[in-house]
Design a protein. Sequence first.
Length: 462
Amino acid sequence: MAKEKPWGGRFGEETDALVEEFTASVHYDQRLALYDIRGSIAHARMLAACGIIAPEEAEAIIKGLEEIAADIRAGRFTWRRELEDVHMNIEMALKERIGPVAGKLHTARSRNDQVATDVRLFLRDVIDEAVRRLLELRAALVEKAEAHLGIIMPGFTHLQHAQPVLFAHHLHAYYEMFRRDTERLREARRRVNVCPLGSAALAGTPFPIDREMVARELGFEAVSANSMDAVSDRDFILEFLAASSLIFVHLSRLMEEFVLWMSQEFAFIDLPDKLCTGSSIMPQKKNPDVAELIRGKTGRVFGHLVALLTVMKALPLTYNRDLQEDKEALFDTVDTLLASLKLATALVRGLIPRAERMRAACEEGHLTATDLADYLVTKGLPFREAHHVVGRIVSFAEEQGLKLWEIPLEKLREFSPLIGEDVYEWLTLEGSVERRKVPGGTAPERVKEALARAREELAQES
């Protein structure tokens, strides 16, 4: 008989070793151990308060759980694979410490609502840490932007030179992405912070428990409204994985820029030696490997989201063992996200912009061509006609190897008599960015305002 299994009373054979190995989750869900103990202590206190177990029984249970928690923190706890998961390992250890009274702890609950509670407690803490790291990254972007307000660089569309922008404006664009990411995580946390404990296996419990008491002790804002939903719901994990995937979209875009900008072809930035690596064969190489790895890890985070979506998409109510597949996806995403945010912040803080190279790049590709078209519009020419005129001027400039501001006035007037001596004011890089004063534009005054708002937001959110 399966005597060692807490559920073994119904079974007449020992569990096959292959089944034990295949179904065991303790090698990874032991990560939830302290959350599991925290939930169990709250549950024991509630059982005693409701008269379901005696106060002295609750005291023994809580004391035993606290001792187990101390052993886990100290690395003295022995995990047993044959006990399947974190819950059964702790329950059996408690029984070995305090005897049969340990079995009363599982009154009015199931591993189904227990694990849902553990993961919610864990994920709540993770979200708080991820938000902290996002705030650090956003602050680093603001600091770097403020320190280099005067740098003008090429803005790109289709990875082609488009219009001049402030380097600070470019960095602020990423600040806005990560600001939205912060909002998404905070919104997700609200839905994480619901207590499923008391839902039991799927139908609730006949014992007169106080779910609100447990929720208060564990810091939950509410109790779940439907016991069947509570034990089978993994929306809160999916929402976190989706939010993490969007964070990685933004991290990957930023890292891609760093990789491009550090290449000899761009040479817009340099990164500290301590955040780069070299080549085993080419001694001259300095590779932005950290940025590349963050970019590369995006795939595994996306993969975890798709994997869990696939697990969930056809599960009937309520709990199914398929749900065991949620934790490895979640844990790896958490580790990848927190490490990547920390390293991305270090890269932003350490990057050194090469203003002279950005300036030189701005002189290639006729970045102020749109300004020339806008100039003609101010003289009364419809924009579509102005666009055509400037296209011809650009074609001429390329044939002659000239910059737009190098073309003599008399030659420019051959393309349009509306062009006057004041045209050259429109063709400077500084003039181009300064004229873009619309809210959200790249004009220095607007960028300073945006960075000031960002500072206020960070102060309010910290």
